[in-house]
Ligand binder design. Structure first.
Ligand code: UT7
Length: 356
């Protein structure tokens, strides 16, 4: 029986650094508030009109492919996780295939829309394909360009200050090395709270939505046409209804509950305990969340990889960027137990245990 191993990992972050002080010039916020509530000092923003989730994902993928020691033509399946795709459709998977110039092999490309837990979901999907022997070199990418779709007015400050751009990628292969590879993955979701962290427009929804205060939201749908013109309306644009929204405190409370739950579920399945974890790489949602979870699991600072201070929350890219950095820094050694965990919009959440 094969297990899945990470044969190569890489990341790419855009050059442009945006500090909290720079955001202070755009909205009513402060470096002190952002650092105290989130731990973030700065984030990266993609080069305008030059970089996208696809192009950043491709740069990360090139590094992962090189480190895996394969030719790009050997990739036999692409999985791309993002909430900020270049197009509404088609997804970034096929665009990445084109960007990497590997269309000739006509390999399948799958898009994952699971926001912050997109990478863990993608890893779990890939793991199933590797274990059955169907694919041998799966390229899994998590990439985000948040900077193009945030509300930079004070109205959007609770969301905007958190997010950053970047990409991470892994090449997944089968391994028969005893004990090594992905030991388990655990996935969950609860759609009850779908709108607690969401970007609703543009969308083909019913239009029946309420804001945090329980007031009905007017999307400005034209009443004189039956079809069309509902996807995005002038009213939505004029009233800032095209930006992501978050009930931060609610999400925070759910996150600190679900992270430990899903980690313990994975550990219990394989007969391990938190004390066995050598490196915990959490989705970088908020430094306070990661520190709370680490404390609850009894993990010291040297057992947790945090980089939200420098990159903000890069959603589907955050785990592969963090893991790639940890590997580059030599903080992950052969035989180490790596724990990945994520929670986010949906809500969706998940964990993975990997024996490196
Ligand atoms: O990755 C996906 C999952 N996402 C998460 O896990 C995020 C979870 N939530 C959080 O990380 C936190 O809730 C936030 C960092 C988003 C917000 O922190 P908070 O401590 O929960 O603040 P809050 O939303 O309760 O807001 C407290 C105050 C409010 O002012 P009033 O009503 O008390 O006067 C906000 O308007 O802080 C205000 N505020 C800000 N002030 C300065 C909100 N955002 C900002 C800001 N700068 N950027």
């Amino acid at each position: 029986m094969f297990r899945t191993k990470i044969a190569g990992i890489g990341h790419y972050v855009p050059e442009k650094v945006v500090t909290n002080h720079e955001l202070e010039k755009l909205m009513d916020t402060s470096d002190a508030w952002i650092q105290e509530r989130t731990g973030i000092r700065e984030r990266r923003y993609a080069a305008k009109f030059k970089e996208t989730s696809t192009t950043m994902g491709a740069r990360a993928a090139e590094v992962a492919i090189e480190r895996a020691g394969i030719h790009k033509e050997e990739v036999d399946f692409i999985i791309f996780a993002t909430l900020s795709p270049d197009y509404y459709f088609p997804g970034c998977g096929v665009l990445l295939q084109r960007e990497l110039e590997i269309t000739a092999t006509e390999i399948p490309a799958l898009d994952i829309r699971n926001q912050c837990s997109g990478f863990v979901y993608g890893l779990s999907v890939a793991d199933q394909f590797i274990k059955t022997g169907m694919y041998k070199n799966i390229l899994l990418v998590g990439a985000e360009i948040h900077s193009m779709g945030l509300d930079f007015s004070t109205e959007g400050r609770n969301v905007t200050v958190i997010f950053g751009d970047g990409a991470g990628a892994v090449v997944l292969q089968p391994t028969e090395e005893p004990g090594k590879g992905v030991l388990t993955t655990k996935l969950h979701s609860d759609g009850t709270y779908a709108e607690k962290l969401a970007m609703i427009n543009p969308g083909a929804h019913s239009g029946y939505h309420f804001n945090k205060r329980g007031e009905h939201i007017d999307w400005g749908y034209p009443t004189d046409v039956e079809y069309g013109q509902n996807f995005v309306t002038q009213h939505m644009l004029d009233h800032g209804q095209i930006y992501p929204n978050m009930d931060g405190q609610f999400v925070f409370k759910m996150a600190v509950q679900k992270f430990p739950e899903v980690i313990m579920e994975a550990l219990q399945e394989v007969g391990l305990t938190p004390a066995d974890i050598n490196m915990f790489v959490p989705h970088q949602a908020n430094l306070r969340i990661s520190e709370f979870v680490a404390k609850k699991m009894g993990l010291g600072p040297h057992q947790v990889w945090n980089n939200i201070q420098r990159y903000g929350n890069t959603t589907a890219a955050s785990i592969p960027i963090a893991l790639s950095e940890a590997v580059e820094a030599g903080a992950v050694k052969s035989g180490d137990l790596i724990c990945l965990a994520a929670f986010g919009s949906g809500f969706t959440w998940g964990s993975a245990l990997i024996r490196w």
